[in-house]
Design a protein around this ligand. Structure first.
Ligand SMILES: Nc1ncnc2c1ncn2[C@@H]1O[C@H](COP(=O)(O)OP(=O)(O)OP(=O)(O)O)[C@@H](O)[C@H]1O
Ligand SMILES: [Mg+2]
Length: 391
């Protein structure tokens, strides 16, 4: 199949064009579709008409090979095509219910919420789940993890793998981590991801976080439209890669306080309309004491509903699991204390029964919620004017 995707398998594309394209980071037919004619013309220096012709040929080639959908198809064909979309279990009943089976391929799923709400934990969990066998709800694929905040922790992967009775070493091997140092680098990683995706059977791409670097680099109202444009490019690229390569894409996003909201929750995802318009599914994570609430905010076919989940050693977990663990640990602590404390010294006794004993193994969070104050007001009219040319 890789043979079929070579640039020179396209009629009219000879060695010179092939070289020009690969110098610009376009290595196969899929890359042509992902980047589109305008960008191809820009990065290779070829004229727009030629670029359009090549991209059209690439599209035709992939349609003939059955790799992408035809331009005009009947609704029943779309329905059939959607049946073949892969779903990755979240490893929990509650979130699987919310996602109607799991995180879908060929779609961009945005998870947003305040610091510490579990976005990174969810991303870690999904990097493991995608590797599970199809019978167990996985896709037997690997993960490309774009880490922009330096919060990827292999130790967490090991404990999630162990909790799922998977071989931690193998699981780690199947996660390719790309640490992005600035927003341009973050985009470049994605632009060059085509061959990595194919060679490593990547079925899940994570951008954690998708917006953070753009947000910290482009501060102030004056830079807002440039930021939105660049962010627009990144999220569109992510969504096109997901569609073209049939993999799932997860983008995490922070929230900011929105002063114009008087009723309900005054937080809004950062990135404004750009991310919102591009993502297929949007999930809002919210803290609720030790538990977490996940809400399906925007979906073409899911009802807007909420579920409760929790965080634990196994990543995102069902709330009942968390309760079971709490009971177990409370019991353990109690019996230990009884053994330890000699009956003669009543002063030493501490009230062990307090419900605070929950998750005693909690590692202190080193993470600093670097919530840079948002300079712009959240309802950014500038971003409203952005066009979404390729959607
Ligand atoms: N092994 C673990 N067991 C239980 N809870 C854990 C474990 N590891 C981390 N957590 C919890 O996960 C939470 C942090 O979640 P996470 O890092 O996913 O937040 P986030 O939404 O990515 O935040 P940010 O916006 O700062 O990136 C903390 O409350 C922490 O207690
Ligand atoms: Mg995080």
């Amino acid at each position: 199949m890789v043979e079929d995707l070579r640039l020179d398998s396209l009629e009219g594309v000879g060695p010179v064009t092939t070289r020009k394209l690969s110098d610009a980071g376009i290595h196969n037919v899929m890359d042509l579709i992902v980047r589109g004619p305008v960008e191809i013309a820009e990065i290779t220096g070829m004229d727009k008409d030629t670029a359009e012709k090549i991209v059209n040929k690439a599209r035709q080639h992939l349609v003939e090979g059955g790799l992408i959908a035809k331009d005009f198809i009947s609704a029943s064909e779309i329905y059939k095509h959607r049946q073949s979309i892969g779903k990755i279990t979240t490893g929990t009943n509650c979130l699987d219910t919310l996602f109607d089976g799991g995180v879908e391929t060929q779609a961009l799923t945005e998870v947003y919420g305040e610091f510490g709400c579990g976005k990174t934990q969810f991303a870690h969990t999904m990097s493991v789940m995608v590797q599970k066998s199809k019978e167990e709800g996985g896709l037997e694929g690997s993960t490309l993890y774009i880490d922009t905040e330096n919060t990827f922790r292999p130790e967490r992967i090991v404990s999630i793998a162990q909790a799922n009775e998977m071989n931690p070493e193998k699981v780690l091997d199947n996660i390719i981590v790309a640490r992005a140092y600035n927003s341009a680098h973050q985009t470049l990683i994605l632009e060059e991801a085509g061959s990595i995706i194919e060679e490593n059977n990547i079925k899940l791409i994570i951008a954690d976080s998708a917006v953070g670097l753009f947000r910290s680099e482009y501060l102030g109202r004056g830079t807002l439209s440039v930021r939105q444009q660049k962010l627009n490019h990144f999220v569109h690229l992510l969504s096109r890669i997901a569609e073209t390569y049939n993999c799932a894409a997860i983008a995490t996003n922070q929230v900011m306080a929105s002063p114009d909201v008087f009723f309900g929750d005054p937080t809004r995802p950062v990135g404004g309309n750009v991310v919102a318009h591009t993502s297929t599914y949007r999930i809002y994570f919210k803290k609720s004491g030790k538990k977490r609430i996940a809400r399906m905010v925007d979906s073409p076919h899911h009802p807007e509903e909420e579920v409760i989940f929790a965080l634990g050693n196994a990543g995102v977990i069902d709330p009942e699991e968390a309760e079971k663990k709490t009971k177990k640990t409370t019991k353990k602590v109690t019996s230990k204390k009884i053994k330890e404390t000699p009956v003669e010294t009543p002063e030493v006794e501490t009230p062990v029964e307090t419900p605070e004993v929950e998750t005693p193994v909690e590692t202190p969070e080193v993470e600093t919620p670097v919530e840079t104050p948002e300079v712009e007001t959240p309802v950014n009219t500038e971003s409203d004017n952005l066009e979404f040319t390729d959607k």
